[in-house]
Design a protein around this ligand. Structure first.
Ligand code: KIV
Ligand code: ZN
Length: 434
């Protein structure tokens, strides 16, 4: 029923795999308000979108796809509100999505009246599956849809005041033969004729991720090698997460040369979601590369995200999940407690605490309550750490073991996690109120 992916690019020497990491942050484009919003059980209201837009601006996004304004009244009104109420900072470029149809493109440009600048994003489906089953069109007919759309964008852009950049996505790129994807992109580029002052974005979506990350990256490399107009074309990634590899797809795609990434906060988006920009950015941060996005207040960002999308960030979600800096088990707690002590002594050393990829404080998490939590799996090191942090009590070595057993025993019997006050009570009962 299934076979090996036949839309692979020629997987060549992959010189880029020799690089240890990505040198610079890409241009990030948030698609939360479009791809993310269209996948919600209850899409955001106008007020919610306005608040979410402000959240994205505060995080530091300089490109934000605000919707498909010709497709729904709410999206149209949202964009008009952003423009009329002057809510778009000068250093932020909004992006709007459109299909290749005259009346839709016309309405898209109407919705942009008064915008100082915008990216207008044209897409059509190019995969074998969509060509054969949905559109029932030949390759030439599919190319004509894209080329006609490209010409219409040019026509309406010259008739509308403002500074417009063009973007084209061969939607379902990963289900498209690479030679065909290349041909259609090059024909679109021949219409727009990008220059160094007027660059064009070619966005290559893993609309459905279908291959291993190195294969997607090879496809990106193939396109970068063969697209016309060289440096005047910005190659952009748009990974989804169907195989659970959205982050790996984006990281390898950047190593292969892409300079722009579209994704969402916490990976909201169609089906398994778009690539999670929080994880991507903080992975960069953990490698000492400035991601150019500010996640210093991640818990607050998560609260706003959860309220507005009505989604929940899973407890084990990288960086943001409730439990991702927490150790319950004895050996992990002991190592962390020792690592934190070592750090107090050697403050000038690089972060290298066992089991903690980054310093939780850097993203607004706490040591107390976030790192060491106590249940029946815990050990004397972690229990001692809690007493010291919360009650400035340092147990002498000969008491640590027996007190550890006493605490674990209570947790085991109650079948509950224990809070610092409960541990203190056990201490008082065992050693003070004898
Ligand atoms: O996933 C996708 O292909 C898209 C396009 C519209 C870029 O969202
Ligand atoms: Zn998408």
């Amino acid at each position: 029923k299934y076979e090996r992916g036949y839309f692979t690019a020629p997987v060549k020497s992959q010189k880029w795999m020799e690089k240890e990491y990505i040198d610079n942050a890409p241009t990030w484009c948030s698609v939360d308000l479009r791809d993310g919003n269209q996948a919600l059980i209850i899409p955001m209201s106008l007020e919610e979108k306005l608040e979410y837009f402000q959240l994205l601006v505060d995080v530091g996004f300089k490109e934000i796809e605000v919707g498909f304004p010709a497709a729904s009244e709410t999206e149209y009104t949202f964009l008009r509100t952003l423009i009329e109420e002057n809510l778009i900072p000068d250093d932020v470029t909004i992006q709007v999505l459109t299909q290749s149809r005259d009346h839709i493109i016309k309405k898209t440009f109407e919705s942009l009246r008064g915008a100082k600048k915008a990216v207008v994003h044209l897409y059509n489906s190019t995969s074998v599956a969509q060509r054969e089953q949905v559109f029932k069109k030949t390759e030439r007919e599919i190319i004509d849809i894209a080329v006609n759309g490209a010409k219409l964008l040019q026509k309406y852009a010259t008739e509308t005041e403002g500074n417009f950049q063009f973007q084209y996505s061969p939607e379902s790129f990963t289900g498209t033969e690479m030679e065909f994807a290349l041909e259609i992109c090059n024909e679109v580029l021949d219409v727009w004729k990008p220059t160094s002052e007027n660059k064009v974005i070619i966005n290559l979506p893993a609309t459905v991720s279908m291959s291993m990350p190195h294969v997607y990256a090879s496809q990106i490399e193939f396109m970068i090698d063969h697209l016309k107009y060289g440096e005047n074309v910005i190659v952009s990634l748009h990974p989804h997460n169907d195989r659970g590899t959205g982050v790996a797809d984006a990281e390898l795609g950047m190593l292969a040369g892409a300079k722009r990434v579209e994704g969402t906060l916490f990976g909201n988006g169609e089906r398994t979601g778009n690539v999670d920009i929080v994880t991507l950015a903080l992975n960069m941060f953990s490698h000492g590369v400035d991601p150019q996005l500010n996640f210093e207040k991640l818990p607050e960002i998560k609260r706003v995200y959860e309220r507005l999308t009505r989604m929940q960030v899973p407890m084990r979600h990288p960086y943001g999940g409730e439990l991702v800096f927490t150790a319950f088990s004895g050996s992990h707690q002991d190592a962390i407690a020792k690592g934190m002590k070592w750090r107090e002594e050697y403050t000038n050393r690089k972060w290298n605490v066992p089991y903690l990829l980054i310093d939780p404080l850097d993203i607004g998490r706490e040591y107390e309550g976030d790192i060491i939590r106590i249940n029946s799996q815990s050990g004397k090191g972690g229990i001692g750490y809690i007493l010291k942090q919360h009650y400035s009590l340092e147990l002498p070595p000969e008491m640590r073991e027996s007190f550890g057993y006493a605490v674990k025993d209570v947790s085991d019997k109650l079948h509950q996690e224990l809070q610092p006050e409960q541990i203190y009570q056990i201490f008082m009962k065992e050693y003070v109120n004898l």
